[in-house]
Design a protein around this ligand. Structure first.
Ligand code: ZN
Length: 321
């Protein structure tokens, strides 16, 4: 800031990067001559006359704060004002800095990263993401949106329905969860009462697993939450109820079907393809070269032990499954 002959008193960011318009919004609203320059406004403290009389406590507070900031502001009264770009250290504009300021104030979502790596279907991962932010449409959230309805939990009919209660604290949910983890042979986990929040309980459960197994556990708990939510909707809209054990069974089926579809079947198919290609190559070579199948297969297996192991593994896997 130089003389203040170019900068506008209210609009320019000449007070440590801020403008008086933002520092004292109520004073700005009532100020006369809003486009006065800094030089003219500070001459004889004319800006004070332009905002007086002060009528409310908030205006007085803003006036005192603004007055203090103006007194502390250093100015070179012998130099002209300079316009600088405040987003770079040297004050020069760059497209890089302009691009970066678009992301100032964004919310980091690293907290929810494990959800996106969970071994579940995308729709269930998205549901869990909403659930952990308490955004699913339980009775409390519906009431906030102006859709009042029965506030009691549909699963126990005794407590208010909230995302945390529905998926962690409800007696029905706890019974169903205990059944599911016993069926799946999951090691002892902390009870749902170990944390007041769904996120806290989920984290306390996750730390019990090796990092390679965390996505599988996340898949189990997300499928469980998904089935609890479906049971809640079944009772609300279809008036059909399932027992805690039946809900746990449905969640277990979802987990097993996902693992079968996305892990076991591709492995089985690839093993069978390797096995079939070996057998086909044996018969082709026998027809072309004229050697016996047994001799060729034994010589092939000696020269390519890896291929032989693959075939053996595929056969074993095929019969075991
Ligand atoms: Zn309940």
């Amino acid at each position: 800031m130089g003389k203040g002959n170019k900068a506008l008193f209210w609009h320019s960011s000449w007070l440590n990067g801020s403008s008086p318009k933002n520092l004292a919004p109520q004073l700005f609203q009532k100020a006369r001559r809003k486009n006065i320059t800094v030089q003219k406004a500070l001459h004889g403290n004319r800006w004070i006359d332009l905002v007086c009389p002060l009528m409310t406590g908030e205006e007085i507070r803003e006036y005192v704060d603004l007055w203090e900031v103006i007194q502390l502001q250093e100015r070179d009264v012998n130099a002209d004002d300079e316009i600088t770009w405040r987003w770079t250290p040297n004050g020069e504009y760059t497209t890089r800095s302009a691009y970066r300021i678009q992301f100032i104030g964004r919310t980091k979502t690293s907290l929810f990263h494990p959800i996106w790596k969970a071994k579940t279907e995308p729709k269930c991962r998205f549901f869990a993401w909403l659930l952990l932010q308490k955004k699913i449409l339980t009775s409390d959230n519906l009431t906030k949106r102006g859709w009042p309805q029965d506030t009691l939990c549909k699963l126990c009919n005794s407590e208010p329905e909230t995302p945390t209660h529905l998926c962690k604290d409800c007696i029905f949910t706890r019974a169903s969860w205990d059944k599911l983890i016993s069926w799946l042979g999951v090691e002892i986990l902390p009870p749902s009462t170990a944390s007041n929040t769904l996120m806290g309980w989920w984290k306390k459960c996750r730390v019990r697993f090796h990092k390679h197994n965390k996505p599988f556990f996340d898949g189990i708990i997300i499928y469980f939450w998904w089935n609890i939510w479906k049971e809640r909707n079944r009772r609300t809209f279809n008036h059909i109820s399932k027992s805690a054990e039946e809900v746990a069974f449905l969640a277990k089926e979802d987990v097993q079907q996902f693992n079968l579809t996305f892990f076991l079947l591709p492995t089985l198919v690839s093993c069978c393809l390797v096995c079939c290609s070996q057998i086909l190559s044996v018969f082709l070579v026998r027809r072309v070269v004229g050697r016996s199948t047994t001799v060729y297969f034994s010589s092939l297996s000696l020269r390519c032990p890896l291929l032989f192991c693959w075939g053996l593994f595929a056969l074993l896997f095929f019969f075991l499954v």
